[in-house]
Design a protein around this ligand. Structure first.
Ligand SMILES: [Zn+2]
Ligand SMILES: [Zn+2]
Length: 352
């Protein structure tokens, strides 16, 4: 049985994902992962996919009624924001005025929330967010620390936050983004969701390998779904990545993850069989001789955030083009991961 259900409210232009534990209904509570798309997108999606959010009906005659966008929005229990770029918070900001009921927690790093607080400072937009729970605010900002802890964000889900690098503009510090490891508390199963991210090979402050090292021991039994961006198609020059991934770089990152998985399994085996003499030299993670074939079997990698093909270069949707390019590179290396193109309106049952 799947652990999480994820509905894609927006993937390319306005990344926004609704997540819930598979056993519960959307009405029981939604975690919004980024909030780039708002009520308008949700409204269109409800027309196209009325079945997704309809509550289960008791009898066949009793046809379920489709909830409104405002109703579905009201089921959001918590927002998790990877970084405060406009394409990731647009929906959060624009929906603030229509929010009903008690203020909802908006969670992210202190750095992310400070930028969001600036948006709601009363000039760019009304003061609808606060650092404390107050009756008149739509949101209250509640920071997540970048440490090893899993913090409960709902009754059944806890989150660990990892720092990511998202490009270094000229004469400016590296732009900070983050990744969330979401843990389903009852089953201890996880889903990994990355915000915008650049390759370690290009970054001034490489941070991805630490994330892969933490994730590796859980693959695939406790972690079998990773959401990661691949903004550009193949052939994009490193100097023009602007803090994002391209297929070749994403394949390299997945190869690092695969090496970490192999290393984690060797460690686990060595710990388990301490009486047996070591038969062969332990290979380091950076050792190119490490056999990574099949290391990511059972892992699904969901490709998000593909930038629109505004020049009309491709005859297929850009997310299919990019995911296809990633798939080819991952298959060439026989890493074993399944590559999935994410598109708006998709309902994903994230296993195991
Ligand atoms: Zn960004
Ligand atoms: Zn973005």
């Amino acid at each position: 049985m799947a652990t999480f259900d994820v509905f894609v409210v927006g993937s390319g232009g306005g990344p926004s994902y609704f997540l819930k534990p598979s056993g519960s209904s959307w009405q029981d509570g939604i975690i919004a992962l980024d909030a780039g798309s708002g009520l308008g997108a949700l409204n269109r999606l409800l027309t196209a996919h009325p079945e997704v959010f309809a509550p289960p009906s008791d009898t066949e005659e009793d046809a379920p009624t489709t909830p409104t966008a405002a109703q579905v929005n009201s089921w959001i229990q918590c927002y998790l924001i990877t970084h405060p770029h406009l394409d990731h918070i647009n929906g959060l900001v624009l929906s603030a005025g229509s929010a009903k009921g008690p203020s909802k927690p908006v969670r992210g790093t202190q750095e992310t929330l400070e930028v969001i607080a600036d948006v709601f400072a009363g000039k760019l937009w009304p003061a609808l967010a606060s650092w404390t729970e107050t009756p008149n605010a739509a949101y209250h900002l509640s920071p997540l620390l970048l440490d090893d802890d899993y913090v409960p964000v709902t009754d059944s889900i806890s989150v660990r936050t990892f720092p990511l690098s998202h490009g270094t503009p000229p004469d400016a510090p590296t732009y900070a983004s983050s990744a969330f490891a979401l843990r389903h508390i009852p089953s201890s199963r996880e889903l990994l969701f990355l915000g915008d991210v650049e390759p370690d090979a290009v970054a001034t402050e490489p941070q991805n390998s630490a994330l892969w090292r933490a994730a590796a021991p859980k693959i695939p039994h406790a972690l079998s779904a990773v959401f990661i961006e691949c903004s550009w198609p193949e052939g994009r020059a490193d100097a023009l990545l602007y803090g994002h991934l391209s297929p070749a770089h994403l394949a390299d990152e997945l190869a690092v993850l695969a090496r970490e998985v192999v290393a984690a399994r060797e460690r686990a085996q060595a710990d388990g069989g301490a009486d047996q003499p070591r038969k062969r030299r332990r290979k380091g993670v950076s050792d190119p001789e490490v056999d990574v074939r099949g290391a990511l079997a059972g892992l699904r990698v969901f490709i998000t955030h593909c930038k629109d093909d505004l020049q009309g270069v491709y005859d297929r949707p850009i997310h299919e083009v990019i995911a296809g390019q990633v798939r080819e590179l991952v298959e060439e290396r026989e890493l074993g991961a399944q590559i999935v193109a994410v598109e708006q309106g998709m309902l994903i049952c994230a296993s195991p």
